[in-house]
Design a protein around this ligand. Sequence first.
Ligand SMILES: [Zn+2]
Ligand SMILES: [Zn+2]
Length: 372
Amino acid sequence: MQITAAVLHEPQGQLSFQTLELEAPRPREIRVRLFATGVCHTDISVMGRPFPVPQPIVLGHEGVGIVESVGSAVTKVKAGDRVVLSYNFCGECVSCQRHASSYCQYFFGHNFLGQRRDGSTALSYEGQPVRHQFFGQSSFATHCLCSENNAVKIPNSVPDEIFELLGPLGCGIQTGAGAVINVLKPQIGESFVVFGAGAVGMAGLMAAKAVGAAIRIAVDKVPERLKLATELGATHTIVADGQTDVVALIRDITGGGANCSLDTTAVSSVLRQALDCLGSLGRCGFVGGAPAGTTLEVDVRDMMLSGKTLRGIVEGDANADTFIPDLIRMQAQGNFPFEKLMKIYPFDAIKQAMEDSKSGVTVKPVLRMPAG
Ligand SMILES: [Zn+2]
Ligand SMILES: [Zn+2]
């Protein structure tokens, strides 16, 4: 069948809208008609720097839509099911078997190679292959093929106006909320600091409030974002203006150091602050796509004597099949208002949506696909 997609032809190139040919699903694949997709920072960073993703490729990895057809071996979903798409994984390696599928040993191959395991692509333009299955989906398109592993079924009881906003739960929102709920686990009354008040950081902040962290500090360079952070539950905000001693201020606010911190910036100097602002037995988590080879200098003696933990986190350690429905229930109860981060753009305004994400005007752009 023919689909419309935003195609990236070369690193640092512009996206162009093209009509492509999409194959029918193979036995273990499903075809989804996309209703909407979030724009994630990973999409933007992949476009902007050398990255091992062959081009041309269709990016996009926060899709939500309806299953149109399924391969003969698919059992998890059927045509007509509403689904959110998350990252892909093999489901069979040691990591996947232990329910830590975001650390799948074959994560790279399933999410970044842009082709099936046998080297074929389901997408093409005038007979030439177009890479897809970015994060197992490639959702900057009207339709995509994915595996049943990375499709999360959404109950029909979820209202349509919320349903079309659910795509980012498959990556950015799950990453921030999962880091807090599944890994850092702030206890009632504890303190939590988030560095970077983008979509991931805001999701972490809302989650920290939902689980009862009493002191919730947001740090960002952009004062406008901190206003929204306050609205979403920050008890304190700090503008990282280069003058303020952020670590000293946090130690002061928390009475000697924070219990938990989350770095979402992937900048080493900021991650070091996230570690240094902790008190005894503090837990620091970090997410985000730091360039390969990025290093961090750590005060080993301080870490040991204060019993600190530093933990890298992928996709919030979340099992998307259970975690995304949990987040939807929290939203329905008013405890996780992720809709406040989002703004809808038409699909053909994708460039504007990316610009607004980069400048911080919009925390989380969501592209609405043309009805089809
Ligand atoms: Zn695996
Ligand atoms: Zn992402």
